[in-house]
Design a protein around this ligand. Sequence first.
Ligand code: WTA
Length: 567
Amino acid sequence: MSNIGSYDERIKNFSWAIAEQELDYKPGNVINIGWYCSDRICQMGKADKLGLIWEGQGGVEKKYTYNDIRIATNTIGQFLRDLGIKPEDRVCLFMDKIPELYLGFLGILKTGAIAQPLFSAFGDESLFIRLENAQTRAVITQKKHAPKVRKIIEKMPWLEYLIIVDQDPAKPLQQREVALNLEELPKVEKFEIHPTYAESPSVLHYTSGTTGQPKGVKHVHYSLISQYLTSKWVLDLQDDDIYWCTADPGWVTGTSYGIIGAFSNGVTQCVMDSGFSAENWYRFIEKHRITMWYSAPTAIRSLMKAGDEVIKKFDLSCLRHLASVGEPLNSEAVIWSEKVFGKPFLDTYWQTETGSIMISNYPGMKIKPGSMGKPFPGITATVIDADKFEPFGETGKIGLIAIKPGWPSMMRMYWNNEETYKNKFKNGWYLPGDRSSIDNEGYFWFVGRDDDVINTGGHLVSPFEVESALLEHPAVAESAVVAKPDFVNMEVVKAFVTLKPGFVGSKDLDLDIMNFVRKKLSPLAMPQEIEFIDSLPKTRSGKIMRRILHAKEWGEEIGDTSTLEND
Ligand code: WTA
């Protein structure tokens, strides 16, 4: 029996008080995610249950019971407090998927400070922009990533500590650097957790928009209510589940469901910190007897590409329930998973700003492959007319997804950017910035984004950020960045570039520019293709028309070009 039982029953008389009661939380009381994800599970008699099974490169393994998690997060919390980290200070986690990332996240929350996870593949410029915006007080990282922080540390007087979790004791530390070796620190059995309340800030995740710099999405401790219940009802986490969320906690899925949802439900979760290959993934599932698998369309399409033969080498009968997030899950992928795993991947839709799943397919509900499903109980979602900002009176029309504000895990602000935050609301609706239609049975069908943000393999890339980085290359005069179709990643980054006098397009220059962006921003933001052109299409007022370049890439109608400069 699934946790949700019947979706239709659950939407009648739904109240978030269901989650509050299950978590023994009363409005006005203290609520701390760090405590809920460790101490509380121990208090419920699961201290000796495995909470985290971690596998790194070469198959090395580490295992943590809930009691180990409780103590390790206490120890990190005490360490940070001893350094002088205060509630609401921003502490960045800049690490691969190693245990310290998961434990550090909860340790930060226990002190009342704000956890700011950043993807470890970010280059120095991506990092700087986000640390500057948040005025981050400390960065926790690994020695392999420390050089990227050192490169910009002189520009960051607000950053007091660079904390390294695997520092070689024989090597000297530089100014502002501190070593945090979890295995050598005295274990802290009792830690006074900072009394955070519902509206106390918890997590700051950065996400990209079309224009301007990345936005810091501020979440609060009360987000737990949504993350706990969606994990229970959508991911269907049950006591004997072995759960695998493939997302990196540098992004929201990796924290909302790779940390908070999993641990607050007291399940055993597995983390794999080694590269992707179909064999490696199937081996991991078989070895750990994974029952619940939360992944992403790009990974699923990569597995499809690897073929069905490889699947036969493994016993994957342990899989009980599968779900997906991050980009459109095409119907072929759903049908394929049903064929090869005997279960469909259930599509779930949400975003950094919503903090938890908004629209989804549920265990037991009729699945329509290609549809995102229906709103989570307690979520009022619809599709509205993009001109009038009002719901359509009929089904089947394409419009903007609109959600009634007020669910527990909704972002509370964009960090230092109230204006952009306000622009996300129209006519009493929160607008995620996506387009969809709804069919006559209430199922949502994703159409596309309502902006130029590129969704490559489930990662959002801002064309603005890539264009800005390109302009810093000595050969580049102007650039326009758009999405280009790709079978596995759905979209990849493509750059159109005009060169400065004296430069000529060549294979070498191409590679040089790609590398330049990869180092500054990240491998995700690196253009997969660069096209050198003589001039970019612009409006008469000089604005680059990405729309025209985008349409060309996708073989679409170009549409109205009446404002074009030289037509
Ligand atoms: C897209 C990731 C289609 C969408 C949790 C959204 C999806 C953005 C789906 C958020 C889905 C997410 N089908 N598109 N099931 N899920 N998206 O903030 O454009 O990294 O607004 O959060 O990804 O990406 P974010």
